[in-house]
Each structure stands twice: as C-alpha cells, then as structure tokens.
Write a protein that binds this ligand. Sequence first.
Ligand SMILES: [Mg+2]
Length: 239
Amino acid sequence: MSQSNKPSPNKSTISNLFNAETWIFDLDNTLYSVKTNLFSQIDWKMTQFVSEHLKLELEEARLLQKQYFKQFGTTMRGMMKLHNVNPKVFLNYVHDIDLTPILRQPQLNTALESLPGRKVIFTNASKPHARRIICRLGIEAHFQAIFDIVDSEYLPKPAPQTYKKLCHDLIIDPTRAVMVDDMVGNLEPAYNMGMKTVLIDTGIEWSPNNNSATHINYSVKNLARWLSKLTPENIKKRT
Ligand SMILES: [Mg+2]
C-alpha cells in the first residue's frame, strides 16, 4: 500500500516555538527584504561569469545560466559539473556586489535578541557573503554558525542529504528545530525531518504563493514584525 502521495506527518516535538532548541534561518530574501533587489545583482554577476568563462554573448549566457539552475539546482553546480569551474572563484565573483541597499535592522536585532534558542544560518550562498550581510544588518551577534554551500559540499537546498549534513555537523535535533526560508520547496525536507517551518512570503516568482502547502506551519510577510510579536502565550495559540 503506497503512501507516497500523502504528506508525511510532522514529527516536531515543539508545542510552543519558545521551546525550540535551534532556529535555522535562510539568508537571502529571508533575513533581508526582497525589495533590496540584491539577488538581481547576483543574478547579473552570474550571467557575466558564464559569459566571460564560456566566451558567450550575454543573452546566450543568460539562457544557459537559467538552464543550469533548473537542471542542477544552482548555476554554479552546472558550471562545476560541465565546465570544471572552481566553486570558490565563482562564489567570490558573483558575491562581489554593492551592499548599500542593505541597511541596519534594529527591529530584527531586538527580536532575535529576545528569541530563546540557538540561531544558525543555512544558505546556498557563501560564508563571506553571509557575514557581510549580517554585519550590515547589525544582527551578526546572534548567530552561532553559518552552514554554507561549501559545508553542503556544493549540493544546494533542497537536497535532503544537505539537511542531514547540516543537522549532523551542527548537532541539531530536527524535531526541536524551526526553519525559516522564503522558498516553499526548501521547507519540505525540513518538515519531513520533523522541523517546524516558517515561510517568508515575498510574493515573487521563485517563491510561489503556495502558502497552503501542507509542509508550511507558518506563513509570514515580515520576519522582524512576526518575531517581535511572538510571546510564549500567542505562540501557543497559533500552533
Ligand atoms: Mg532565500
């Protein structure tokens, strides 16, 4: 009897988010707003990298970049697999962007300070990029670890084995963890491992408005505001 089409039951043991041991945050478009348009800068740098590396016109490079993203999960993985690109060279190149749209976020800083539990960042980007961003946001003091694409051995989210490695390396009990991400698909493996899941609803193309997906426990438009309103009492009502 196949159960494969049914969502697996969430194994979370958290009845109140204030009792979570670990909060796992995505970086891009989760800890800072999609309105900063930072990703479009990174996206453009990727096109330039593909163009320069493969000696292609920008338009052609753009098509290939998007094809690799679909086929391999990230453009970088396609460039590594098919063109032997050094991932560190790629990452340094594409993250060399203008960070002035990223401003300090005092409300997020206060909310993270008041939130019990260990906080870590889980990103398909690189550690130096993540560090630069959280320093500009003024929230760097709150994170115990950054698990990046190098730690993932270049296998990006949502590959389930990457989530297993994250939990193994950082000693995270998934049934006592909460994961926050702006991509619906990235929350599915987390939910299946027993995490509570929080979707940052940006309402944009790569994060379709699929908030009714069964693996989403919470859908949130503004992370800082949502976190700052959490109290042991109102969390209990929501779970
Ligand atoms: Mg993201």
